[in-house]
Design a protein. Structure first.
Length: 145
């Protein structure tokens, strides 16, 4: 899998961090993600996320993560994470920024793989349980804090 990584915020996370997360999501879901598959990841600020959220979802507010599944051959889609919101949420929850960022990326990647918590309560339970299982495995293995 190819991860096209753009960081507009100078976050402390590099490409390798997100590649580890991608492999964990693939293993945790059983999804077979080929070598030629691509995900575009943008780490940006609240202002940019708000603009994207308004333009593509009709919601004029910043959010923590946006996912845009492509459903085309090898392009899985785009994930956009607001570093501003991730920092706030990590501080509010009293957890490391690394864990919050991993949580958001996992959430976004699950959307790219077809999971959708907004389609009903059963789908929400399934997606959030899977998200937690993947994150817990990463923490317990020591791959993230």
């Amino acid at each position: 899998m190819k991860l096209l990584y753009t960081d507009e915020t100078e976050s402390p996370f590099g490409l390798e961090f997100f590649e580890i997360l991608s492999r964990a999501v693939s293993a945790g879901t059983g999804a077979i993600i080929g070598e030629g598959c691509e995900i575009s990841l943008l780490i940006t600020d609240d202002e940019t996320v708000r603009e994207l959220n308004r333009n593509f979802r009709g919601k004029d507010k910043a959010t923590d993560v946006l996912s845009f599944p492509m459903g085309e051959d090898d392009m899985l889609g785009d994930i956009v994470i607001s570093a501003d919101t991730a920092k706030r949420q990590a501080a509010e929850a009293g957890i490391p920024l690394e864990r919050e960022t991993a949580f958001l990326y996992i959430h976004g990647m699950l959307h790219l793989l077809g999971y959708d918590h907004e389609t009903g309560p059963e789908e929400e339970r399934e997606m959030f349980a899977l998200q937690e299982d993947i994150l817990r495995g990463l923490v317990e293995s020591g791959r993230i804090k």
